[in-house]
Design a protein around this ligand. Structure first.
Ligand code: ADP
Length: 483
């Protein structure tokens, strides 16, 4: 186990223009959600400090974007290797501030690093086009150029991966980035900054600012220098940031809320479906935007599925993320627990039954029992809102049409899952689901080579994959007259 106080990765300052800046106030305490202990403190920067970071990013952009893609790739690869080498220490830091089990935290560090490796490779493949001109006296060329200074605002549920998924394509493309991590989990972000520095990422290219989210959000969105904002978080805050970005017509990437349906048809491999549901629902204690929120089970297998799921969920182990075998850590804060309790009591009031869990865990604090509810209906809050906790509501359906109608009956469109062994149904359902990402016979879909993103009110743009770098590039068209 690392000694968090001794590791050089633990910082109490922000990274601005290559310097570790204390700001005038260092008063944001970062607390361990499992124990309430203070893990560290970070600055509450003034608007002026953030403006300074934006200006530094503008200056750094000139030289960073002028490098050959191969040179940027080499620096990014060094960052990637340093994260891999330090994965255990980074994971310990993440578990301390975020609460997720150590094995999940380590998994996230590898996942976070994979975006840096991937986009270091993609940096070299930003191809343009030569288009046949409509007349013989012209040549038409298409260049791809970096957008410029970018800002990122990231959430607490993936303290590392939500940063690298934005910063890696941005830096690979030649952009510079100012990151504002979530106030609950800034320490992992700052640790990434330490390693970025060690990797030789120049001053001003990757900066981290902490403080009051609204104030920093205003500086970043109102700035003329910032050409693009990439946000991951709630749809509600996404809307605010879009509105604030309107006056400067900023480019936007938005990874917002989800309300993922998980459909189990009569012809599914039920054991596989149960495993998939557990993997998708209970990861990070249910606190991911692609976590299953609603489980629709066809009538013929409903009771058996409920029984098998209940058995698996009863075996999940709740506790501090540092303990061996723990699969469910604490929830991030008291509001998270309050929302889960509200969704469960609303469901019970409308006829649902608790099969497993249903209440706060005997460990107290932020711990909640992994829960399975049967008899869920579309009238319940749990059907409409993202629960963001370890609660699996089971809805019964009769026909494929009915399942699809219920699955699509939401303003969200991030991830959806379905289990069937029927090939014709597979194509029909995959095409009919109004979601940006669909898992067929799997509950795990995220990786660096695939395009992550949502439709409807779940967002704009894609992260990861060969498409992910496009979000940080502008297309320039050159028309050259040669006669
Ligand atoms: P979550 O439910 O994951 O906390 P939020 O959307 O509230 O989702 O937060 C995601 C990120 O957005 C965090 O970094 C948070 O500090 C930031 N944030 C929240 N409100 C604002 C705001 N009004 N302006 C700028 N950033 C904000």
């Amino acid at each position: 186990m690392v000694n968090l106080k001794k590791t050089e990765l633990l910082r109490d300052r922000c990274l601005i223009d290559g310097k570790w800046v204390a700001g005038s106030q260092n008063n944001i305490a970062v607390k361990n959600p499992a124990t309430g202990e203070i893990v560290g403190t970070v600055p509450s920067l003034e608007a002026g400090d953030v403006e300074q970071a934006v200006v530094a990013a503008e200056v750094a952009f000139r030289s960073w974007s002028a490098l050959a893609a191969k040179e940027r790739a080499a620096v990014l690869l060094r960052w990637f290797y340093l994260i891999i080498e330090n994965a255990d220490d980074l994971a310990a830091l993440m578990t301390a501030e975020q609460g997720k089990p150590l094995s999940e935290a380590r998994g996230e560090m590898l996942y976070a690093a994979s975006f840096i490796e991937w986009f270091a490779e993609e940096a070299k493949r930003v191809y343009g086009d030569i288009i046949p001109a409509p007349t013989t006296d012209k040549r038409i060329l298409v260049f791809k150029q970096p957008i410029g200074v970018c800002a990122a605002i990231t959430p607490w549920n993936f303290p590392a991966a939500m940063i690298t998924r934005k910063a890696a394509p941005a830096l690979a493309a030649g952009c510079t980035m100012v990151v504002k991590p979530a106030e609950q989990t800034p320490l992992t972000a700052l640790a990434l900054g330490v390693l970025a520095e060690q990797a030789g990422i120049p001053a001003g290219v990757f900066q981290i600012v902490t403080g009051k989210s609204r104030e920093i959000g205003k500086v970043l969105t109102e700035s003329d220098i910032v050409k693009k904002l990439s946000f991951t978080g709630s749809t509600e805050v996404g809307r605010i940031l879009m509105a604030q970005s309107a006056p400067t017509i900023k480019k936007l990437s938005m990874e917002l809320g989800g309300n993922a349906p998980f459909i189990v048809f009569d012809d599914a491999d039920l054991d596989a479906a149960v495993d998939g549901a557990v993997a998708s629902k209970y990861r990070n204690a249910g606190q991911t935007c692609v976590c299953t929120n609603r489980i629709y089970v066809q009538s013929g297998v409903y009771d058996v599925f409920a029984e098998k799921l209940a058995a698996k969920v009863s075996a999940l182990k709740v506790g501090e993320g540092t303990q061996v075998d723990v699969t469910i850590g604490p929830l991030i804060d008291a509001e998270a627990i309050a929302k889960i309790e509200d969704h469960i009591s609303d469901a019970i009031g409308k006829g649902a039954k608790v099969v497993v869990g249903g209440k706060r865990h005997s460990l107290g604090g932020r711990f909640f029992e992994p829960t399975v509810l049967t008899g869920a209906t579309q009238a319940m809050k749990i059907a409409r809102e993202e629960t963001f906790g370890p609660v699996a509501p089971l809805f019964r359906f009769e026909t494929e049409e009915e399942a699809l109608a219920m699955a699509n009956d939401t303003e969200f469109g991030l991830a959806a899952y379905f289990y069937t062994e029927n090939i014709r149904r597979t194509w029909r359902v995959a095409e009919a689901l109004e979601y940006g990402m669909v898992g067929h016979n799997t509950g795990q879909i995220s990786n660096e080579v695939a395009p992550f993103g949502g439709v409807k009110q779940s967002g704009l743009g894609r992260e990861g994959s060969r498409y992910g770098i496009d979000d940080y590039l502008e297309i320039k068209y050159l028309c050259s007259a040669i006669a």
